[in-house]
Design a protein around this ligand. Structure first.
Ligand SMILES: [Zn+2]
Length: 113
């Protein structure tokens, strides 16, 4: 005879939002599970974030605007550092830019000494 797990009632309270809803997986309703999945892809981005393609275009436009307006390198660093977490780009891209910004700052500091 086949053993089966005791069936949990479905819908039941979601572990995240505590609303009684149909449970999709791991105790989470579909809405909370989707949100968790999106947050894993883009940890700092609001759930309604832009697509990766749009994020890359936005970022390129921002760089272009900063260049057109001759924003100082110091200010560009500040603006990019603040903007990157909201950019909707993949975490690896954000980390690469953040590292590049830090390296450039350190190089500038050495030049000033
Ligand atoms: Zn939920």
């Amino acid at each position: 005879m086949k053993k089966t797990k005791p069936e949990l009632p479905n819908p039941r309270p979601c572990l995240e939002c505590h609303e009684t809803r149909p449970i999709a997986a791991r105790g989470l309703c579909e809405r909370c599970r989707s949100r968790a999945r999106r947050e894993n892809l883009k940890p700092f981005t609001p759930a309604s974030a832009v697509s990766q393609g749009k994020a890359a275009r936005n970022f390129a436009q921002l760089i272009s605007i900063l260049e057109d307006c001759k924003v100082s390198s110091k200010s560009v660093t500040v603006i990019l550092r603040e903007f990157l977490p909201y950019s909707g780009q993949p975490q690896v891209v954000i980390e690469a830019y953040t590292r590049a910004i830090r390296e450039r700052e350190e190089a500038n500091k050495l030049e000033e000494q």
